[in-house]
Structures are given as C-alpha cells and as structure tokens.
Ligand binder design. Structure first.
Ligand SMILES: [Mg+2]
Ligand SMILES: [Zn+2]
Length: 190
C-alpha cells in the first residue's frame, strides 16, 4: 500500500449486527453471537490485503437498560476470539450506548464513532470502505466520504421499501464486499 496517497494503512469500517453477526434485536448475550456466512473469508481476504478493521456499532439497548456496556464488551470479546481463531484481528470496536433521544454525536449516522476510530487508529476516513446493512451505515459512509457497501441477505435487517439509499455497491455478504475491494485495490495499483 505504499502508493496510497496518505501513505497510511487503509481501513474497512464494519457494522456489527446484520453485517458481522446475525441480526437479533437487542442482542445482549454471548450465546446469541453467530457470525454471518462469508464473514470469515471476507475478513481474511481484507487482512491479507493489509487493511485495518474497525467495528462501529449502535447499541441503544445499553441506554434503554436492556443490557450493560459490560455485556457488550463480552460480546465483542467473543467476536474477537472467534475471528482470531481464523487469523483475523479486529483493530477496534467502537460502540454508541445512547438512545436517539440523547441526540449524541456518536450514534450512526452521526460521525462520532468513525472520527474516534480514525483518530485512535490513524487512518483517512475518505480512503476507507464502510460495510453495513442499515440506512444509518450508508448515510454515515456518505458523510465521511467512504466507499459504501450495503449488505443484503437473510442475516441483515429488513429495510423499509421507502428507505432512500445510494450505496456505492450492494452485496450479498461481506465476502462479496471483500472481493470488490480487492478488485478496486488492484485496479488502483496499490
Ligand atoms: Mg446492522
Ligand atoms: Zn452515542
């Protein structure tokens, strides 16, 4: 990646529920964690290409009192453990614990989580790729000028027909997103 304009490691920003793991509303227990098919191969592919990986997730269940921040930490440790067994390292998990009524600056599509990740991990948001299954992911990606992928499959959230979205790519799973990214990177000669 030495020809990258910023000379910095590029990142893929990943939504959690419906993208990395099967979407279950207000998932609060480790035993509910189930990786979506295609995720392991996709992340292995991205890792081999040299990408950093960061997870950005809205968890309003914390703000609503359905589960605690510690429960979420345990779930993230479980995801880390399962992916580490496949040789994949997640560089950071970033979580918004708020409810919409808090009007925080980190609940996607607000850019707070992405800004925090970019600041701590040291990458250019506009050179990143963002993969998610919900409208807030695609809207966040547009705000930070990332290249966006909307994942649509049986594990993702059901978007209303009225959702107005303009992702750069629509893919069946994370494995397909990784293949598109690999093709783009090789076309750019990076
Ligand atoms: Mg999601
Ligand atoms: Zn927040």
């Amino acid at each position: 990646m030495n020809n990258s304009p910023s000379q910095r490691r590029r990142y893929v920003l990943l939504d959690r529920d419906g993208t990395l793991i099967v979407h279950r509303p207000y998932l609060g227990r480790v035993d509910q964690v189930e990786l979506v098919p295609g995720v392991v191969e996709g992340l292995q592919n991205l890792s081999q290409l040299g990408f950093g990986l960061a997870v950005l997730t809205n968890q309003s269940g914390i703000g609503r009192g359905y589960f605690t921040a510690e429960d979420v930490d345990r779930i993230h440790a479980k995801i880390r453990e399962e992916l580490a067994a496949a040789g994949v390292v997640i560089d950071g998990f970033y979580c918004c614990p708020h409810v919409p009524e808090d009007h925080c600056t980190c609940r996607k599509p607000e850019p707070g989580l992405a800004l925090q990740a970019a600041g701590e991990l040291g990458f250019e948001l506009a050179e990143s790729f963002l993969i998610g299954d919900n409208d807030c992911d695609i809207h966040l990606g547009a705000r930070i000028r990332a290249t966006t992928f909307l994942v649509k499959n049986a594990s993702s959230v059901a978007l209303p027909e009225s959702a107005v979205l303009d992702p750069d790519y629509v893919v069946g799973d994370l494995g397909e997103a990784a293949r598109v990214i690999a093709d783009r990177v090789s076309a750019e000669g990076i």
